[in-house]
Write a protein that binds this ligand. Structure first.
Ligand code: SF4
Ligand code: SF4
Length: 633
């Protein structure tokens, strides 16, 4: 599929993932520098671009965080090239420090920020709607509805950006980033631009009021262009009483709702809005004047709905605006065709019942909890932390310690049955919060837990802060030598770049030593006793401490073992020795460990087990022995 990103065949239709369509759009727009930090649902944009970057003659990188990605793209745009940075919605928070001045300072080449928002927080800690960020930063925002529009949006955003000299945001949603659809290819550019930095301009926000005015002028200059963006369109035959204003993928749901309710063509009109900020006012005003009732369909905050109400006030018209604020769509979670059809039926006074889905009652679905992967080194490290605290503080680790969590697959540690963390906010916040807890005078070990990619992203400043201010924090970095949660993207610990070029390996412990952390140890995460004892020693040693628990991500390790010809053989549980205490299952929580109710003994699922042999080490009866696999790497 990625080969098709380079197809020079205008007019040809190809099936692309939404995120691949964004990448193709970048190529068609002649984007020459692209940077990102991985994060679902945005990661595939940079994966696709990086895979073809060399052949396409562009530069693509995984930056260490979104702020750096933004700055890389921004500098390229200042040098007159077209550039792109992509990130998940919360990534824009990280980039916002730069964004909130780059908007004043302006760009020369077109700069696109793709924000992939995640309503319902499928893989995120919140549901923030970054159209608000575009408004906050006062930069234009486009919201495509289909993979075709995703591709076209990057081209249009680059053109708009170059015209108004502001970065332009393109808002995607999980359902667009991860849907596949036909995309008609446009032409690929034949020539690359050369960087041309205008040395007579200093790109800065100072003096702030002047530059703020410049920003407003620039925005005003493209008012007419925003009216003409082809993602805005009115579908009306005349005679309709109700108008739907639908933004982004909400348009697809609105069309579906009209079909499901079997409405006539003149029952409702649709204004499809692809520019949620700033509003194409002429188009929207004329639509608002035409209908008595307006049903607003959008994912995220009632962003359009509020703007429409304000516009109606200015226009001195009083159509009834219905949407999230009136309960016709839910304020939280993701909208879907069912929610939109229920809301539309209420607007139209149609008695509509959601068809009941019949589920066969005689099937008992297996009960599942959220779980980590079998053999995941995070499990061994979770176990070691709990044991170290239990032994050192002689009590329940939940009551006798504070463990600050961070962002990564190990975020699953928040949930039952792991219950690992007291706090879990954002990238790097494990060490940041640990700093704060330690300074409250709390008389318990304060442990920060994070992965190496998160450490490089936002963990280094709070670690330095701990050293500088003498915070008594114990930082456990689980280094699994990849950015596992988002699909195994490389990071500075891995040894190669997004474009597959060799890179120096930066070790977490070297950073800690350079920061003068007085206690730094590296332990194999599968050596459970050694890890427990090291954490205990760290707890006993006053001041900041860093323990790097290193083991390759179990999913990558399974592949690597296969390549090396290491056969995975699960350990054996001696049923005579096993007394059914369930300790291995309840304490380690490896999903490959299962319970045989009929014999009241533990067992190992050979399909899941990767042969890490951690369970061998923890069974109090020494009933688990043998096994090969990832432990032998
Ligand atoms: S060896 Fe034990 S802990 Fe490791 S994956 Fe297999 S069952 Fe799980
Ligand atoms: S910890 Fe050992 S003794 Fe207890 S259930 Fe597991 S295998 Fe059996």
């Amino acid at each position: 599929m990625l080969r098709e990103l380079l197809l020079d065949a205008p007019g040809k239709k190809v099936l692309l993932l939404g995120n691949e369509a964004f990448a193709r759009g970048a190529l068609e727009a002649n984007v020459q520098v692209a940077a990102a930090y991985p994060g679902t649902p945005s990661s595939e944009i940079m994966e696709a671009l990086a895979a073809v970057a060399e052949e396409a003659g562009i530069y693509a990188e995984w930056s260490i965080n979104e702020k750096v990605a933004f700055e890389v793209a921004y500098a390229a745009a200042v040098a007159g090239l077209r550039s792109l940075c992509s990130m998940k919605h919360v990534g824009v928070n990280v980039a916002s420090d730069a964004l909130m001045v780059a908007n004043y300072a302006g760009v020369e080449g077109g700069m696109v920020i793709i924000s992939a928002d995640d309503p319902a927080g499928h893989s995120s800690q919140n549901e923030q709607d970054n159209r608000m960020f575009a408004k906050f930063a006062e930069i234009p925002c486009l919201e495509p509805a289909t993979p075709q529009e995703a591709k076209d949006s990057v081209v249009i955003a680059c053109e708009l950006s170059e015209k108004c000299k502001l970065p332009v945001m393109v808002r995607s949603l999980t359902r667009l980033s991860h849907v596949r659809g036909d995309v008609e290819l446009g032409p690929l550019p034949k020539e690359k631009k050369r960087p041309n930095l205008r040395r007579d301009i200093t790109y800065t926000g100072f003096p702030a009021p002047d530059h703020h005015k410049l920003l407003h002028d620039r925005l005003m200059n493209i008012e007419e262009d925003l009216e003409r963006v082809p993602f805005n369109k009115v579908e009306a035959k005349g005679g309709e009483k109700v108008g739907i204003v639908a933004c982004g993928v909400g348009y697809n749901y609105a069309k579906e709702a009209i079909k499901l309710l079997k409405l006539r063509e003149d029952d409702v009109a649709i204004l499809k809005l692809g520019v949620p900020y700033p509003l194409p006012k002429k188009l929207v005003s004329s639509f608002l004047r035409s209908y008595d009732r307006i049903y607003v369909v959008e994912d995220g905050f009632p962003f359009m709905e509020e703007q429409l109400k304000i516009l109606c006030y200015d226009l001195q018209i009083r159509p009834t605006i219905l949407g999230k604020l009136t309960g016709h769509l839910p304020m939280e979670g993701e909208i879907d065709p069912e929610k939109v059809v229920v809301g539309l039926a209420r607007v139209l006074g149609i008695d509509y019942k959601v068809p009941e889905i019949k589920v066969r009652g005689d099937i008992e679905l297996p009960r599942r909890t959220l779980s980590m992967c079998a053999g995941c080194a995070h499990l061994a490290t979770f176990y070691a932390i709990k044991q170290a605290v239990r032994r050192e503080m002689k009590g329940d680790p939940r009551k006798t310690s504070i463990v600050c969590g961070d962002i990564g697959c190990y975020g699953l540690g928040l949930f039952h049955p792991y219950n690992m963390f007291n706090t879990h906010i954002c990238m790097g916040a494990s060490i940041g919060c640990a700093n704060g807890f330690a300074q409250t005078g709390i008389n318990q070990p304060v442990i920060a837990y994070l992965g190496e990619s998160t450490f490089f992203h936002a963990g280094m400043p709070p670690l330095l802060n701990a050293v500088y201010n003498g915070a008594n924090v114990k930082v456990v970095v689980q280094d699994n030598i990849t950015t596992a949660m988002t699909g195994h993207q490389p990071n500075p610990a891995v040894g190669y770049t997004a474009m597959g070029k060799p890179a120096p390996i930066v070790l977490v412990e070297d950073v800690a030593k350079a920061f003068k952390v007085p206690f730094v140890r590296v332990v194999d995460a599968y050596k459970v006793d050694e890890l427990i004892e090291t954490i205990r020693e760290a707890i006993r040693t006053p001041g900041p401490a860093m323990i790097v628990a290193r083991r390759l991500c179990a999913e990558l390790a399974r592949r690597q073992a296969r390549r090396k010809g290491i056969q995975i053989v699960p350990p054996t549980i001696d049923k005579m020795k096993c007394n059914g205490c369930k300790y291995c299952i309840t304490q380690l929580l490896c999903p490959a460990l299962i319970w045989r109710e009929e014999e009241r003994k533990a067992d190992i699922d050979p399909l899941l087990c990767v042969g890490c042999r951690v369970c061998n080490q923890i069974c109090p009866q020494k009933a688990i022995t043998g096994g090969n696999g990832v432990a032998d790497l």
